[in-house]
Design a protein around this ligand. Sequence first.
Ligand SMILES: [Fe+2]
Ligand SMILES: [Fe+2]
Length: 178
Amino acid sequence: MALSRIIEEALNRHINEEFYSSYLYLSMSAYCESLDLPGFAHWLRVQSQEEYAHAMNLYDFVHAREGRVTLHPINQPTLEFQSVLDVMQSTLAHEREVSQLINRLYELAIQQGDYPTQVHLQVFITEQVEEEKAAGDIVAKLKMIGDSSSDLLLLDRELSNRGVAAGMPPPSAGPFPG
Ligand SMILES: [Fe+2]
Ligand SMILES: [Fe+2]
């Protein structure tokens, strides 16, 4: 079943949102570099790469459904933040917004009777729960840390351990090998 114009357009808009997320987290990573917090910078850089992977996952999905990908301009991300707590609170707020967008996309796929898009988006819905939790956990730790710089450095070291390319399975990998 090829994509309807409505779903194709909505997926293209969401591809742009994921690229924007990637750009936003890269901007936050650069800010953390400027604070000499390499662990936070690393965590956000991996986050940026994951968002890029989300965009490309949908990019491949549109093509697999015989749709046409159209790339829109990516907005300039936020450049300045008040603190690393501000960065992580903004991350959490942004993830909550993205969850809403994905939920609306899912509702649209239901309205349009587009079952493949519904199934495909389920991975994204699950992923959003994890992403909100990950950001929320760091916000909670930062609030406990308060203004203790030695504890902040410990958390920074912990975040430097985040592995690359966790999360979503590669777009072409189905549940059945071969
Ligand atoms: Fe994402
Ligand atoms: Fe995300």
